[in-house]
Design a protein around this ligand. Sequence first.
Ligand SMILES: [Zn+2]
Length: 541
Amino acid sequence: MSKYDNSFTDELRQRLSLVDVISRRVPLTKKGQNYWGCCPFHNEKTPSFAVNEDKGFYHCFGCGEHGDIISFVMKSENLEFKEAIKELADMAGLKMPEFKQKSAEQIAAEENYVKITERATQIYQDLLYKDAGKHALEYIKNRGFNDEMIKKYRIGYAPKNNIISSTFNNINRDKLTATGLVRIGDYGPYDFFRDKLMFPIFNAHGQIVAFSGRSLDGSEPKYINTSDTELFHKRQTIFGFNFARESIHRNNRSIVVEGQIDAIQMQVHGFGETVAPLGTSLTEDHIAILCKSNRNITFCFDGDNAGQKAAVRACTLVLPFLRDNSDVKFAFVSGGKDPDEILKKYGADAMKKIIDNATPLIDFLWEFANKNFLINTPGGRAQAEKYLKDCTSKITDKIFQNEIESEYNNRKFNKWHKWKQQKYTPTIEIPDVDIMTINVIKSIVQTYPELAEKYMDFLVSLNISFDENVQKTDLSIDDANKFIVSFKLQRYLKSLQDEKLKLLSNIPENAGDKYRNKLKEIDENIIKANEKLELLLDINK
Ligand SMILES: [Zn+2]
């Protein structure tokens, strides 16, 4: 039907909910498997227009109109196929792919480009094993690379001089600068990469389209990459993908690490499905590329704050791609180490453990919300709730979205509210000192002077007047002791609760760690006291 790439229309269908798109024009109500509304294509007062989200089509039982998400936009807005695709792409936040026919000139230019980068790679590879590249070779071998790996990944060395601009001095300057390898300065052409360890960047067809150069003298930035060219778009290129593609398919998952060396080391240590973004930040395009094969991604980040931030960012990017059968997880490498170091020091098994113990995305978000908001306070809980809601709203699969929302609702009830009711409510309702309790205590004091002695300070603090005319208690000395201890604990709980309420009713503007820690400390003490109390009450039964 069209010259449009099927994978793009598939992506649109996967990303967008048919019900969402139709709901913009027709109010729909769910009844059974389908959504129903009044047909936008004929005049009717009772709904006979059915939408099936799972199967991705709509059907009108009145007039027989039938179609999918694309035909709906075409018919309801009277658009051409291409215009409808454009509109849907906008809704999905996707860029329209270019479908221009390549001109002969363009094809020739691309061939030229790849010839130059291929030849440059060979030059860099040779130089790595020459005198000029000695320090580069030493560095990469120290990072655990053997000759075989160096050869496979075609690692090389860009010397200090202008080797590329001088080697290609008979080639048209525009063709040379188009590759990003050479720039034109005030004194003529010069090489962009100088004194760098060179990692070629391959496109999906295995052609070299760019390079990533690592500094060898400790200068920052550690890595510089070819600037974007006609054939290389950093945002859309994943390092190691050409090598990983088959494993990603075979192992039905991909692993994303932060650095290029990490990615290579992972690949050679048996995690062939590992890739890395170029530079530090992951983009939506990267996720889209990985999701073409499957939607199972394990992200592996540093355990530090930056790693947590990177994970949160990855979540935001990956949420729209999530489906009910996706398996997205987060593994954290702690102690300031990276996968490369883990593999070298502890071996592939240790790395496998880290990957196997990765936290599923749903749990990661839940833990993140619990860690980053003051869930002990109503305001903090509201913020955490908004955060989670905001995250789940990014999931385009509506049924799956509802499932996750109700999962979070359960957790909120069990971990925030139910817990609160169980642990706090009784302590709030403990009466100050009721007359029954006073009488029991008086009896105990009368019967067991040794207990009166033992808890003197506490008993005095109660301000009870003790007199002789009290009946002796029926309690054994053990039970009498427990009675006093549990009463003491209840008083203690009450004081903690009061302190907590006082703190909560007066949250400082910029509640910092000190405030948070104080609340945490009180909560911990409340839990401890409650546990002790429960233990005592259990024994009493
Ligand atoms: Zn109709």
